[in-house]
Design a binder for this molecule. Structure first.
Ligand SMILES: Cc1cc2nc3c(=O)[nH]c(=O)nc-3n(C[C@H](O)[C@H](O)[C@H](O)COP(=O)(O)O)c2cc1C
Length: 336
């Protein structure tokens, strides 16, 4: 069934943070739609698809480096959104075609203000190129069998933002994410919810409002204030992903342990897991304290399991994995 973008709580795309453990945990706590981190089309097109029976995942692996660029599982197929960084319709299509059968939707990043994106003509650089935006989105819409969306920032004026959003709507996208900040705004600057409201009033397609949702109550506050169909949260979820729980956040110590368990379960890349744990520690404590120093020394998921007191869980996962390994001695590769 096609993804419905109304009335949804959404985990925002976050580089290095939005890998499989955080997405799975977000969904467990109540997220309906979970975006993966932005992946650049140049890198995605160099990947092949591989089913990993032992982990029960689908992996997209870079041919030369053998790095797992994107890991997902059928468990999240109906809610995971694959976000692409691109400046080229043909390359974006090639990347999207590789993953489309394993994800719920494809999103194009049109909001990243980092110089890496801007110099490559990607992310927020697209905001000033409406013809290219149109080309990318129509190419994807015509050739994919999954919903296509994009995520923008506010432009200099609300009128300019609305004009671009209207143009985007004509491409037939299923929804549009709007981060209520301009390119020059810093994360500490308040998000302008009335800018999002201006887009909502001008469009008929669902708008996903994004910016400054920190508590569960904020989901409703931003909806009431903007009229948006759905709400997306980034930093608050990075710091404590239980923000999606209607009953309120759990203590961050508990969430951290659950996150480590998910990282063990999905054999997450250690760099990504450590990055997310550091984000949590920096927010609630300080990396200079003992925990931060011990975390730095962790070399793999086994070290993390020891550090966070989940060694029994780790051992049980390894036992099940070796059972599966014996049942499925070979993995299935699909070269595209
Ligand atoms: C660690 C981090 C990584 C991010 N990576 C991405 C990304 O890959 N793609 C994207 O469109 N936005 C990215 N963003 C922006 C967020 O998706 C979101 O638009 C922004 O943080 C505002 O939402 P918030 O106020 O809930 O944090 C990132 C933000 C953070 C904090």
């Amino acid at each position: 069934m096609e993804l419905d973008y109304r009335g949804k709580h959404v985990l925002a795309p976050m580089v290095r943070v939005g890998t499989v453990p955080l997405r799975m945990l977000a969904a467990e706590y109540g997220a309906d739609i979970t975006y993966g981190e932005e992946l650049i089309d140049h890198k995605v097109v160099k990947c092949f698809r591989q089913e990993n029976e032992e982990l029960q995942t689908v992996d997209f692996i870079e041919r030369d480096t053998k790095e797992v660029v994107f890991r997902t599982s059928s468990e999240e197929k109906h809610r995971v959104v694959f976000q692409i960084g691109t400046a080229d319709p043909v390359r974006a299509l090639k990347a999207a075609q590789l993953v489309q059968n394993d994800v719920a939707a494809i999103d194009i990043n049109m909001g990243c203000p980092k110089s890496f994106s801007l110099t490559g003509g990607m992310g927020a650089a697209l905001l000033s190129k409406p013809d290219l935006v149109h080309d990318i989105l129509t190419t994807l819409k015509r050739n994919l069998n999954k919903p296509v969306t994009c995520k923008i920032r506010l432009l200099k004026t609300y009128e300019d933002t609305v004009e671009l959003a209207r143009r985007i709507e004509t491409t037939g996208v299923s929804a549009i994410g709007v981060h209520g900040r301009r390119i020059a705004d810093r994360p500490r600057d308040p998000a302008q919810w009335d800018g999002i409201a201006a887009v909502v009033s001008a469009l008929s397609i669902p708008v996903i409002a994004n910016g400054d949702v920190f508590e569960y109550e904020d989901f409703q506050r931003i909806k009431d204030s903007t009229g948006a169909a759905s709400v997306m949260v980034a930093r608050a979820a990075c710091w404590n992903v239980s923000v999606f729980r209607p009953q309120g956040k759990l203590p961050w110590e508990d969430v951290k342990r659950e996150y480590v368990k998910k990282s063990v379960l999905w054999d997450n890349d250690i760099k990504s897991t450590k990055h997310e744990l550091k984000e949590m520690i920096m927010h609630y404590s300080c990396l200079e304290f003992a925990e931060g120093k011990s975390l730095n020394k962790c070399k793999d998921n086994a070290d993390l399991a020891d550090m966070y007191g989940v060694r029994d869980f780790y051992d049980e996962v390894q036992r099940l994995r070796s059972k599966r390994r014996n049942a499925f001695p070979a993995v299935t590769e699909t070269f595209v």
